[in-house]
Design a protein around this ligand. Sequence first.
Ligand SMILES: Cc1ncc(COP(=O)(O)O)c(C=O)c1O
Length: 379
Amino acid sequence: MQFATRAIHAGQEPDPQTGAVVPPIHLATTFQQLEPGKHKGFEYIRTQNPTRQRLEECLTQLEEGSATACFSSGVSAISAILQTLSPGDGIVAGHDLYGGTVRLLDKVYSQWGIEVAYAEDNNPLSFEQAIQKLSKPRLIWIESPTNPLLNIVDISAMSNIAKKYGLKLAVDNTFATPYLQKPLLLGADYVIHSSTKYLGGHSDVLGGAVTVKNTEDIKPIQFIQNSIGAVPSPFDCYLLLRGIKTLHVRMEHHCNNAEKVVQYFIAHPKVKKVYYPEIEKPPLLDIVKKQMLRSGGMVTIELENTETLQKLYQRLKIFTLAESLGAVESLYCIPYYMTHAGLSEEKKQKLGVTPTLVRFSIGIEDINDLLDDLQQALK
Ligand SMILES: Cc1ncc(COP(=O)(O)O)c(C=O)c1O
């Protein structure tokens, strides 16, 4: 089946008991056992739940993996992978990551004896050098496109490095979604999502997921899922299944709108720099074309100065100043003060997260209204 059909049907077959086309939301916290230890596949809500199982099946099929474990948030999905490591193990991570991932690496798991070495996102050699700094390297962690600078990391090249050194490769696919990019087919071992973003798509549900390429890799993740208990509620699983049904339609529209906004920004004298995968130059552009269907709905710009930034947030009407991304409505944020506020000044400088960097999540409103809004704000 093609992506659009899977998005609508995978894991979402009609309810076998009633034929209901929308499967029921199973709220039961516990399930009858026929004999002690003999049950129909469900014991207790934290361990398994029929609604969550449907969502896990759907995501597995969309990412073309072998299994998925869903979590109550993106950060708990990230944590689950990190918790499969032991003290002394090492992680090599790209520099430009979601601020919450950096916080987990630098301030939580480093306390538990996990070593972290950072590398330049689009420089495979720098990843190899970082691996050599670690005493027990175990995992490579990347995002592509990255947050907030939309850097492109060559996933196949990272997979080759991971194989060369016997490491696992984890890719946060939140910005691209499986509609635009399938890291497992490019050699990744784990795909992570903050399903709070494009998968949910309506700014009304918090969730996360880990999908694995090899069946045996899901067991340790499921063990953490059950042991720590950071699982999504059945209602949140239902909202995600509902959101995913239109993922392909929304993504096309996000991309169409984003491409027009990018052209507008490129021509605008008050915009110093535009970050968007499709406008990269070769050889990065070749990687974009190799691993992404289109460039997505996120656009980041560097404004000429703070006065223009102030005018922007005083005047924008349709775009809402808010954290998060990936929903039907257009949002924007200033990573320096918002999503990436927790990073040290040194790290912000190294990354290029300046006070005049603006990250837009382009929604699926009418493009003329979005362009008019930007125009009146930047006038
Ligand atoms: C790329 C990326 N990964 C992970 C997360 C964390 O997800 P959540 O907020 O659902 O915990 C975010 C949140 O913004 C994100 O942007």
